[in-house]
Design a protein around this ligand. Structure first.
Ligand code: ADP
Ligand code: MG
Length: 255
């Protein structure tokens, strides 16, 4: 596998509307390693979601280059999965028909893929809810279902846009640690946007700090925690944790 899966080089982007121009990104550059779990933090409205939309190809950069690296010469770019703050499950479909939606739309719902999805459903503890409607599930279970739906398409890169922020604190700790474990075990590359510094430190291998809009990279901080085991909850008790928290806090508040 290539060492680097993705690079952004001098990316700028502005939104144009009837009210004028909003410059969202100014010369943003960073790379993501294959299999890395990267977190991006920054003030509200600074341009974080815009970065993910550019990576997903939903927007085109005004200037600069986004480069993907794949091993398969057939693929121009790695598969990308997107997970948002709200699970966006469809209430009129049961959980099974929600998690298979992407495959169904792509015409890929083969017996083999079905079986793979059902295995994931089992692994993620969703089997008892397979024929329930989303509203019958807790917030945490719905987020897991949204993850199964995303993973069903076998993406190489997962874009996670504040996926836990609609959950209450207690649920959030469990679900984020769960989901992070699942993504790591599957060897996926993940880019997590969060405004929760503790979440960024406990989940990510590296945190990128963005400045006020238009976003630019202020700092990149590799996270190295001494842990008794690989549990994400234990990360918050690591001796280095407070130091990283203070570092990020100062970086975000010195403008
Ligand atoms: P973040 O995710 O960091 O909160 P966004 O990337 O969503 O920020 O947005 C960055 C800036 O661009 C914000 O000021 C936002 O108001 C503006 N913006 C986002 N989407 C649009 C749009 N479709 N049209 C005009 N302005 C937008
Ligand atoms: Mg956003």
């Amino acid at each position: 596998m290539a060492d680097t899966i993705l690079t952004l080089k001098n990316i700028s982007y502005s939104y144009h509307s009837l009210n004028g121009e909003v410059k969202a990104l100014d010369n943003v550059s960073f790379s993501v390693r294959t299999g890395e779990f990267l977190a991006i933090v920054g003030p509200s409205g600074c341009g974080k979601s815009t970065i993910l939309s550019l990576i997903a190809g939903l927007l085109r950069p005004e200037s600069g280059d986004i480069t993907f690296y794949t091993d398969d010469p057939q693929d121009a770019k790695p598969g990308i999965g997107y997970m948002l703050q709200h699970d966006h499950l469809f209430e009129w479909r049961d959980i099974y028909r929600n998690v298979t939606l992407g495959l169904e739309i792509n015409g890929q719902l083969t017996a083999q893929k079905k079986e793979r999805v059902l295995n994931m459903v089992e692994d993620y503890g969703l089997t008892p809810f397979l024929h329930k409607k989303p509203s019958e599930l807790s917030g945490g279970l719905k987020q897991r279902a949204a993850l199964v739906r995303t993973m069903a398409l076998e993406p190489d890169i997962l874009l996670l846009d504040e996926p836990f922020s609609a959950l209450d604190y207690q649920t959030r700790l469990h679900v984020s640690s769960d989901i992070c474990r699942i993504i790591r075990a599957a060897g996926k590359t993940a880019i997590l946007i969060t405004h929760d510094l503790s979440e960024a430190i406990s989940l990510a291998e590296r945190v990128i700090v963005l400045g006020q809009r238009p976003a630019r990279v202020k700092r990149e901080i590799p996270i190295r925690l001494t842990l008794p085991d690989d549990s994400v909850l234990a990360a918050r008790n690591a001796p280095e944790f407070q130091n990283y928290f203070n570092m990020l806090w100062e970086e975000l508040n010195d403008e």
